[in-house]
Ligand binder design. Structure first.
Ligand SMILES: Cc1cc2nc3c(=O)[nH]c(=O)nc-3n(C[C@H](O)[C@H](O)[C@H](O)COP(=O)(O)O)c2cc1C
Length: 161
């Protein structure tokens, strides 16, 4: 599995303790679309409603979100470990075989069997290191079902450190 943790010193271990949920970010650039698992995401403003997420520079999501300026965040339920894994291990077109539809506002792919989704439009990119930060406005959102969010701590994986 890819290297997702650097828990080798005090700072790394503390960073690994920061609680994170798990989400699927979907992006559709017409000829190409992508879906990937995300944990580094948080709300960043009430009014307007902004979120910030860190996007690894070396995957397709980075290039595609830059290109279209919009994405959707599907919230994974606690029984959706397999779907979370699909979002970082699945090859080819990760939307194949999934139940999904396009967010009516942003056009970005939304995974239907999840708790719900946010449709987001990029406001600003902030250069980072191996991840860049994207500040985005929440322009749509819908709950599909009640339930609790899957968190990284509930999984065998770690991302942080
Ligand atoms: C637990 C976990 C959390 C992750 N969180 C993020 C994240 O916040 N941001 C990100 O860009 N990638 C994150 N990733 C990595 C992406 O899901 C992965 O790089 C992406 O699916 C690209 O896959 P590829 O390398 O097969 O193209 C995470 C991976 C795992 C296992």
């Amino acid at each position: 599995m890819e290297r997702t943790t650097k828990h080798d010193d005090g700072a790394g271990r503390l960073l690994g303790l920061i609680p994170h949920g798990l989400y699927l970010v979907g992006v559709d650039a017409g000829r190409e679309r992508f879906l990937y698992t995300v944990s580094w995401l948080t709300q960043a403003s009430f009014e307007p409603r902004l979120i910030v997420t860190a996007v690894r520079r070396d995957h397709r999501g980075h290039r595609l979100i830059r290109e279209v300026g919009a994405f959707a965040v599907s919230f994974l339920a606690q029984d959706q470990l397999e779907l979370a894994e699909h979002g970082f291990r699945g090859g080819g077109d990760r939307l194949d075989g999934l139940h999904w539809h396009s967010c009516p506002v942003t056009g970005a792919p939304v995974a239907e069997d999840t708790l719900g989704y946010l449709g987001c439009r990029v406001r600003r990119w902030i250069d980072g290191g191996d991840h860049d930060l994207v500040l985005a406005e929440v322009v749509a959102g819908e709950i599909f079902r009640e339930g609790a969010l899957l968190t990284v701590a509930m999984t065998p994986w770690r991302y942080g450190g």
